[in-house]
Design a protein. Structure first.
Length: 202
């Protein structure tokens, strides 16, 4: 099964969200895949509040075992969280643990009136009672698929979606070693080399 084009999925997700958001709704993207998606949704939905971003590195429940991600990114919440309607945005929903970590960090900034979750793809495999409020595509839990990401821009090199047999999808730039998960990309990417097949730390 080959997934629809990413641009089509983004448009579907935006139309799903449109009836339930207002110009004052706040979007918060989870680094890294959720941030570029939140940027696209923010523009498509015409939201007035500035875009936020969260790095959940310090809030992950495996932090004590795995330590800090080698390239942590700062969180930026440029709006008042208190009593706000917030939509957390991520590219793929899997176990739910990343979403839980994002919620924990978000509540350190204040008590929002409502928090929703928007994801491009739900691939099942939940380990926590977490569900997306908005989702463009739901996959069977055993489905192995791949789809291209949006066309590259001057500020972003070409990217592709690759499926991870272990934990998640990796959003890879020009096919380097994926940032998360033990990912096998030989079957999905024409630029595969032995170096890219090695596992990368999640």
């Amino acid at each position: 099964m080959h997934l629809p084009e990413a641009e089509q999925l983004i448009a579907t997700l935006a139309e799903t969200m449109r009836p339930r958001v207002t110009p004052d709704t706040c979007l918060v993207g989870i680094h890294t895949g959720g941030v570029w998606l939140a940027e696209r949704l923010h523009a498509l939905l015409g939201l007035s509040q500035p875009l936020g971003s969260i790095d959940v590195s310090f809030y992950r429940d495996d932090y004590s075992a795995k330590g800090l991600h080698p390239q942590p990114r700062g969180s930026k919440i440029p709006f008042d969280v208190e009593a706000a309607h917030i939509v957390i945005v991520d590219d793929v929903l899997y176990t739910g643990r990343t979403t839980r970590a994002a919620l924990n960090e978000l509540f350190d900034y204040g008590r929002p009136a409502r928090v929703d979750l928007a994801v491009l793809i739900d691939r099942g495999g939940r380990e926590l009672p977490i569900a997306a409020s908005f989702c463009a595509l739901t996959l069977p839990t055993d489905q192995k698929t791949a789809t291209p990401a949006p066309e590259s821009t001057a500020s972003r090199p070409p990217r592709c979606w690759t499926w991870s047999r272990c934990r998640t999808w990796a959003y890879a730039a020009a096919c380097p070693r994926p940032r998360w998960g033990a990912v096998r990309i030989k079957s999905f990417h024409p630029l595969w080399t032995p170096a890219t097949s090695r596992s990368a730390r999640r």
